[in-house]
Ligand binder design. Structure first.
Ligand SMILES: [Zn+2]
Length: 328
């Protein structure tokens, strides 16, 4: 049976935003902008995760899933939330996790949401997914893949969403579905495209190619929000009570609030440093960032992590990349 595991990792942008919000001072006026972006992206990710439940009802041995593929094409990046590759056709999913009343308006190509007494306009996901399909087609041609039909769907994952469309908006009826209709839609497409075009070997090649072309959205978030890196809160956060800064006493990190002690709490702090400030750090920088009292103490902690380093004793830079979670 041909089956490659459907794996999904938290997007690095979400990881960075959640680390940034912890280390930006309460007084920083941009906090709400960061929080807004974090909520928006987390909710989108939640929508994508919620689909796993419905993927279980699709034929396991025929589909290869790719998540969050972002590719540079014609000078711009285009991002596809999820791609389903089968031997007979490919489906691009644009996933929207929006609650409320959602109205697809073709006349002005917009999605209008009414929620908690507020009306908001979003760019039309049907047009979005059609553009993605255009770019993906070009890429498949460029790399000489057999011309396999590419379908695109907009999936509304929020269970309480109410979906409507302007009466003559045919594409909305064809392309927009709720999660629970995915199974039926897949069945319809399987009947529409009975011919097997891609051999298993080619599917493997194609997923390899798309994974290689993929380049995750990974900006310097301090630059993005124009926050000075010197402003960020230093220190080692307590893993239990979350917001207290721990003190290093006799080889242990101690939380004076909840009395937790840890030998490894500095690792998370150094990960934060790598995600937010720099993937390289000196002894001096570590000492001030971790709120340590002596250079020897710092040296001892850094050396115990067995990090690769460059430079000689005085100007040694430790490389933090190996502390970051893999597979972004
Ligand atoms: Zn604590």
């Amino acid at each position: 049976v041909f089956f490659i595991k459907n794996k999904r990792t938290t997007p690095i942008f979400i990881i960075k935003l959640s680390k940034l919000i912890r280390r930006v001072p309460q007084t920083q006026s941009k906090r709400h902008l960061i929080q807004e972006q974090l909520s928006k992206h987390s909710s989108g990710f939640k929508g994508e995760q919620s689909l796993d439940y419905f993927y279980r009802y699709l034929p396991k041995d025929q589909i290869h899933y790719l998540h969050g593929i972002r590719i540079l094409h014609d000078g711009y990046y285009f991002q596809m939330d999820t791609i389903l590759i089968t031997p007979s056709f490919i489906i691009i999913l644009e996933i929207k996790h929006l609650a409320g009343h959602l109205y697809f308006d073709d006349r002005f190509s917009q999605l209008i949401r009414t929620f908690e007494g507020r009306r908001e306009s979003f760019s039309n996901p049907i047009e979005q997914v059609k553009r993605q399909s255009y770019h993906l087609t070009k890429i498949l041609n460029q790399y000489k893949f057999n011309s396999v039909p590419i379908e695109s769907l907009v999936i509304m994952t929020h269970p309480s969403a109410i979906i409507e469309a302007s009466p003559l908006y045919k594409e909305a009826t064809e392309k927009v579905i709720k999660s629970s209709s995915l199974q039926q839609k897949f069945l319809n497409l399987s009947q529409k495209y009975p011919l097997e075009i891609l051999e298993q070997k080619q599917i493997k090649k194609l997923t390899k190619l798309l994974t290689k072309l993929n380049s995750a959205y990974n900006p310097d978030v301090c630059e993005l929000f124009q926050i000075n890196k010197n402003e960020l809160v230093n220190g080692v956060f307590c893993p239990i009570c979350d917001f207290s800064i721990m003190k290093y006493i006799w080889g242990n990190w101690r939380c004076l609030t909840c009395k937790t002690s840890s030998k490894t709490a500095h690792i998370t702090a150094l990960q934060d440093y790598a995600y937010l400030i720099s993937t390289k750090i000196t002894n001096r920088e570590s000492m001030s960032y971790l709120n340590l009292e002596s250079s020897n103490q710092t040296n001892h902690l850094l050396r115990s992590l067995n990090l690769p380093y460059t430079g000689n004793r005085k100007s040694r830079h430790y490389h933090l990349d190996s502390l970051l979670e893999k597979e972004h």
